[in-house]
Design a protein around this ligand. Structure first.
Ligand SMILES: Cc1ncc(COP(=O)(O)O)c(C=O)c1O
Length: 391
């Protein structure tokens, strides 16, 4: 018996993929050519799984802002927000996020993972109940495990199952926090937020929505799925990331509850880690402004999403249940999914391969996340590559 025995499963997994060719989980991007193209493992590819929804990673204004910030304020803050790591721009970004979401306050985190994990771990505690969607992201699962609250899962995107479980609580003591996502990262389906918000009201629960994949993607103002569903007033907490539509790294939690300011003092993922670098904050402030100034990016994103979704569906693939910028082809045969991934890569299309247990319901996924920056020709190239796969 050794400390390392439990890792042998990963050695087997690695061997399964390591066919002397490319390891899907270890590809190296040697050069990024644009938001949609790169040299990966020596080959020029179209990036079709980057979550770069608005394609802003190479925006000249964002790059200049980051360059100026690194020159003026250095490469890193070298400390926690609670110690020496709060610079004026961290506060400005929090104010701008609160203004964007129309909330009383915002807290920013060093990663989206820290935002979701930290809030999921802190808001509810011993004696409380957390009801979470069964397909929740790992950051939510990790957080709720730390919370000390009772954890109850409900069937993915199934308000009637949620209601059944809320009813069973039977007015017991303690608070209930419901946690859902906006767009789900694996299949691209959207939470039925209007129904979930109605249940939250009926049962006197709190609601947290993780908008990691929906901020900048949904809603007239780009605020996310809660905005699109018209339930922002019911969402006690909205969390999200800077690593997708905003093209950098970091995360946020916004709320109208005055206590948000106090939650800072209790959230270990906020306190015990260094704050985001000045360049990251500067580019994020810029891309948040660009998201507001350029609604046409969201329109282009959805045009590309509709195009890709319709074409892959027409090819007969089993894809996610609704059109969204996350377009995932499902297979119950993981060997086939790996083969498909390799064939797509050989044709210059780089998508995400997701296999169980990382994917929901035992499926393996070839997951595309389309961008506003993809040209029509690039979407056609992606479709043409999928068309060559033997189903
Ligand atoms: C739903 C969800 N929440 C949180 C995160 C974490 O965000 P980040 O990767 O920016 O840390 C992700 C990342 O994929 C996500 O999909």
């Amino acid at each position: 018996m050794s400390l390392f025995d439990k890792f042998s499963q990963f050695a087997e997994l690695k061997q399964r993929f390591d066919n002397g060719g490319i390891l899907p989980f270890g590809v190296v991007t040697e050069k990024i050519l644009s938001p949609t193209e790169a040299i990966v493992n020596g080959q020029k590819v179209i990036l079709a799984g980057t979550n770069n929804y608005l394609g802003l990673t190479f925006d000249p204004e964002a790059i200049t802002a980051a360059q100026e910030a690194v020159s003026e304020n250095g490469t890193g803050t070298t400390g926690s927000r609670m110690a020496n790591g709060t610079f004026a721009d961290h506060i400005r970004l929090e104010q701008e996020l609160a203004e964007f979401f129309g909330t009383r306050a915002a807290i920013i985190f060093s990663t989206g993972y820290a935002a979701t994990m930290g809030t999921s771990a802190t808001l509810a505690g011993p004696g409380d109940v957390i009801m979470l969607d069964a397909d929740s992201h790992a950051s939510i699962y990790d957080g709720v495990r730390l919370s000390g609250a009772e954890i109850i899962r409900f069937r993915h995107n199934d308000p009637s199952d949620l209601e059944k479980r809320l009813r069973r609580l039977n007015n017991r003591d303690g608070d209930t926090l419901i946690i859902v996502e906006g767009i789900y990262s694996m299949l691209g389906d959207v939470a039925p937020l209007a129904d979930i918000a109605a249940l939250k009201r009926e049962y006197g629960a709190y609601l947290l929505v993780d908008e990691a994949h929906s901020m900048g993607v949904m809603g007239d103002k780009g605020r996310g799925a809660a905005e699109a569903a018209g339930i922002e007033a019911d969402a006690d907490f909205l969390v999200g990331t800077f690593s997708k539509s905003l093209g950098s790294i970091g995360g946020y939690c916004v709320s109208n509850h005055a206590e948000l300011e106090l939650i800072r003092f209790a959230t270990r993922a906020y306190i015990f880690t260094a704050s985001a670098s000045p360049s990251v904050i500067a580019s994020t402030r810029t891309t948040l402004r660009l998201l507001r100034e350029r609604p046409e990016l969201q329109q282009k994103l959805w045009k590309n999403a509709r195009h890709l979704y319709a074409e892959l569906k027409a090819l007969g693939f089993d894809i996610g249940p609704q059109v969204s910028p996350v377009v995932a082809v499902r297979s119950t045969d993981s060997d086939k999914a790996i083969r498909w991934w390799e064939e797509l890569f050989a044709l210059g299309i780089f998508v995400n391969l997701v296999i169980p247990p990382a994917s929901p319901a035992g499926y393996s996924l070839l997951r595309c996340s389309i961008s506003a920056a993809h040209s029509e020709a690039e979407v056609r190239q992606i479709v043409a590559a999928y068309a060559t796969l033997e189903q």
